[in-house]
Design a protein around this ligand. Sequence first.
Ligand SMILES: [Zn+2]
Length: 268
Amino acid sequence: MSIQRLGRKWGRLKLPKLGWVRFRWSRSPKGTVRSVTVSRDGAYWYVSILCEDGQTTPRAHERSDSAVGIDRGVVVAVATSDGDLFNRTFHTPKEHECERRLRRRLSRQHKGSANRARTQAALSKLTGRVRARRADFAARTARVLCGQNAVVVLEKLHTTNMTRSAKGTVDAPGTHVRQKAGLNRAILARGWHGFKLAVVNAARRTGTQIVEVNPAYTSQTCHPCGHVAPENRESPSVFRCVVCGYRAHADVNAARNTRARGWTSPSG
Ligand SMILES: [Zn+2]
């Protein structure tokens, strides 16, 4: 495979059948190139270069006996049992408005028309940008978590579990609401899946072990005393145990329960 750097920003590589293709030099490949994949996301084309850098997964994490539980938060994107909250805005309010407008326009345009294609392209560009932010957030967060912990405990996603919680959250009748709830759920699930992949990826460099546990009732269970009740949730963000009075960030309390399910401290 021939890859050449043309300047500070540009490089080119020779692809079978296509010949020389210029690309934006965003990272330098290290080691020997194994394969090159060209893909399209939204309005842009990407080339990803798979290299063999000779790095292997460490047999043990350098901080043994460290573990963290992760909660796919209701309030923030990712909450940890250490009390850290990781979040960022994926859509700006302006982008939300723009996406809504584009989708509305798209639904009124005729299939196959040039105008529709133009709207579709604008929409792909926007959703691609949001997707890239999400992926970046997941990769950064995963790198921090795996760097600090020998064990990362995640909640396992069950389809049945998701349907049950959907029934609980959809309070207004009507198919439209149900459809929308389904869509939101799918988006959330996809985000979580992407995050899990990022953790698996980061763990290869640090030797972190990943444990998945059943997430049922982690958000309703009081971490110190173990009392389970929906009333323990004072609000979406505040957990307060009705028995012992323990008060914490709801997502952090859930993350602590998640950690306890997947990991036992050696010190007891
Ligand atoms: Zn309690």
